[in-house]
Every structure is written in C-alpha cells, then in structure tokens.
Design a binder for this molecule. Structure first.
Ligand SMILES: [Zn+2]
Length: 181
C-alpha cells in the first residue's frame, strides 16, 4: 500500500538527518478525502525535504495528484489537478507559530511519531474548494437525473414543455443566477 514510504514519521528526527521522503500514496487510503471524491482511483505523489533552520524544523516539498471531485450542483465529476507546494514548520506551541517565517504553515507535533498520511491529507484538503462546482454551466444529462419510461415519452414531454425552453434561455443570459442558493 504505502510502498517504501514509512507509515509514521518523526519530523524532528528527520529534520536532524536532513532526510527526503519521496514516493506515492494511494488515494484510497485517505479516509477523510475519499468521501469527497467521485473516483478514488489514483495516487498522490509526494516529495518532502526535512531540514533545520536554527531551532526550526522545516518540511518543504510538493504534493501532486489529480482528483475527481463531485460537483455539488449536478453530482458529476470535476477534474481537479493538485500541484501544491508544501511549507511546514514543526511547532508545539502557539508561541512557535508566531515565530514561523512567512509562507510557512504550522505543523503541530504532539507526539514524536505522526502518520505521514495525515500530514499529506491535511495539505490536500487545504487545496480543495469548500463547495466544488463546475466553473462553467453544468451539463446535466437527462438520462441520468430522471429516467423516462420510454424514449418517445421523454421526447414528447420536452417538446411540450415551454418552461424547459425558458429555463435554457435564462441560463444562457445569466449563467450564475440560477445556481445561487
Ligand atoms: Zn456540475
């Protein structure tokens, strides 16, 4: 599963050794993230460099993956490539957070060992939209949302319904107006 990557890491120890962790994690292993994904196939590529600057232990690197989020309008997949830099400073108090260099996020370490998966998952979640939605108008497929008993019946209904035409016109005029809640 975590081929060659350690399951837990000791950030301070790795920083002392100036270690590099590089490899891939399976998306399926990210419990919190999986609920937000249309498809949990695929991997997350990570590269993390541990080092020290004075008394500060740092983790710098990047995470890369391609997620399929679920559009909250039409429940269809949204392609969401993630290519995010990682800049973490290891801290164990709020005082230390204040002393972090700009651009660095705090990584609170309470115990020596912490799950690598959790660190990467937190970084991934930071790069997701709160309300995933297609940037352009959703293409809702009628066959998916309401299944007509017979194809003829479905076609007939559409021709006879002036409101669907009106709705389409409205959407074209004001693509954002109908999606607000
Ligand atoms: Zn959509």
């Amino acid at each position: 599963m975590l081929d060659r990557l350690p399951r837990t890491i000791d950030p301070l120890h790795l920083a002392d050794k100036r270690s590099v962790i590089k490899g891939e994690l399976s998306l399926k292993d990210f419990g919190r993230l999986c609920g937000m994904l249309f498809d949990t196939g695929g991997n997350v590529a990570i590269e993390l460099h541990f080092s020290r600057e004075g008394r500060l232990a740092k983790i710098e690197g990047k995470i890369e993956t391609r997620l399929q989020l679920i559009c909250q309008n039409c429940l269809q997949p949204i392609d969401w490539p993630v290519q995010a830099p990682v800049r973490l400073g290891v801290v164990n108090s709020l005082e230390q957070v204040d002393r972090l260099p700009p651009d660095f996020e705090p990584l609170f370490v309470e115990e020596e060992k912490m799950p690598l998966l959790d660190i990467v998952e937190d970084e991934l979640l930071l790069n997701l939209p709160q309300y995933p939605k297609h940037s352009e108008a959703c293409q809702i497929q009628e066959t998916d949302s309401r299944v007509p008993t017979r194809p003829e019946a479905g076609r007939q209904k559409r021709q006879d319904n002036p409101f669907s035409i009106l709705a389409n016109l409205k959407n074209q005029e004001n693509p954002h107006g109908s999606t607000k809640k």
